[in-house]
Design a protein around this ligand. Structure first.
Ligand SMILES: [Zn+2]
Length: 364
């Protein structure tokens, strides 16, 4: 056996595990995929080696012996009559042919369910229109997308009591969407993509006991202003959240200042999250809003893209470039400093609030 051949076979196994596809196969199918002969004893030894290492399980499969049919018989069915060609094996004097199959030990890929997008402060950014279009076009099946709108939040982010109101509205809206999904037989746990201020609102919904009934699939936070020590691990352990990808921009100039102006905020989108259950990934060239620039967005949700991969692939084998572990010793900036800067931000809020109110009346 040439070593390169063995490497190729191993790479094919790794590809299937990584993508969660074609985990079950016959010797002949695998041989065809790697361009080898099924009679190659080295290939047979390779597959036997997978079984020996408990990386694959052997499966006995049965095939219809009628030459015009030759289809694989469904597992667990008494093989006396072919469900496809209706041949009665006893009458024909034949028996189903036994065939060795293998099943790689791993998770299969997952469908993107439906997606709730929670944007940042600029609610009318162009990307919103592009996003639904892109996601509908890039995915081979249609996953409904709800883009949550909470109006044009600007100075509102400086006032904690306004966050609470916005977070409660978001929670209520998600509950309605989840109920509608259930009625139309979509899974009850949507995947979430949240950006910037939307990540903070999402974290507040997740912590609010009033919304403890809401469960989610995989969550992507981009340019997050959630605190690095937010307890994602507990949410994952409790089954409220399936998994979390924290996508960090290496050039993000806004996230580091969030904690000084926005109550409850932190630099999760720079430092990363400390939770063990979270996958932190840094895009070195990305700034605060790069994630939703059409060229970047279409790449992220394309088949080879990070977001598509995170939403569909088995995570045990998902190790994208840029992945990093957050510093375990993150501390918020001194309270006094934060109180001073937030007081200034709140004063600004108080001065500008009448104008904001007026603008909202004129252009909601
Ligand atoms: Zn048959």
């Amino acid at each position: 056996m040439k070593p390169s051949e063995h490497d190729r076979w191993q790479a094919e196994v790794a590809r299937r595990l990584g993508q969660g596809v074609d985990l079950e196969f016959s010797l002949a199918q695998f041989a065809r995929a790697v361009d080898a002969a099924p009679t190659d004893p080295a290939l047979q030894r390779f597959l036997a080696g997978l079984v020996e290492a408990a990386a694959a399980a052997p499966i006995d499969a049965w095939r219809c012996p009628m030459p015009d049919c030759a289809r694989l018989l469904p597992a667990g069915v008494a093989s006396t009559l072919c469900p496809f060609c209706q041949a009665d094996y006893k009458y024909e004097g034949v028996a189903p042919a036994r065939e060795q199959h293998y099943r790689l030990v791993g998770e299969t890929s997952r469908d993107i369910r439906w997606v709730i997008v929670i944007h940042g402060m600029n609610s009318r950014a162009k990307w919103q229109e592009a996003f639904s279009w892109e996601i509908a076009n890039r995915l081979s099946y249609s996953a409904p997308v709800l883009i949550y709108k909470y109006g044009w939040a600007t100075i509102d982010v400086f006032a904690r009591w306004l966050h609470r109101r916005l977070a409660r509205r978001l929670g209520e809206r998600m509950r309605i969407a989840i109920e509608q999904a259930r009625q139309s037989r979509h899974p009850a746990q949507p995947d979430i993509i949240a950006h910037s201020f939307g990540t903070l609102l999402l974290s507040q919904v997740l912590e609010d006991p009033a919304f403890a009934d809401l469960r989610f699939g995989r969550i992507i936070t981009a340019a997050s202003i959630v605190r690095p020590d937010f307890d994602w691990d507990r949410l994952v352990a409790d089954g409220r959240v399936e998994a979390v990808l924290n996508h960090v921009g290496g050039q993000d100039a806004a996230v580091p200042y969030a904690q000084y102006a926005i109550p409850g905020a932190g630099p999760g989108g720079v430092v990363g999250y400390q939770g063990q259950a979270v996958l932190n990934v840094r895009a070195d060239s990305f700034g605060h809003s790069s994630f939703f620039i059409p060229e970047n967005l279409s790449l992220l949700i394309s088949r080879q893209g990070l977001w598509h991969g995170f939403l569909t692939r088995p995570l045990a084998h998902f190790h994208p470039p840029g992945a990093f572990v957050a510093e375990p010793h993150w501390q918020p900036a001194p309270l006094l400093t934060r109180l001073c800067t937030r007081a200034m931000a709140y004063a600004l809020f108080a001065v500008l609030a009448p104008f904001s109110w007026l603008r909202r009346r004129l252009d909601p």
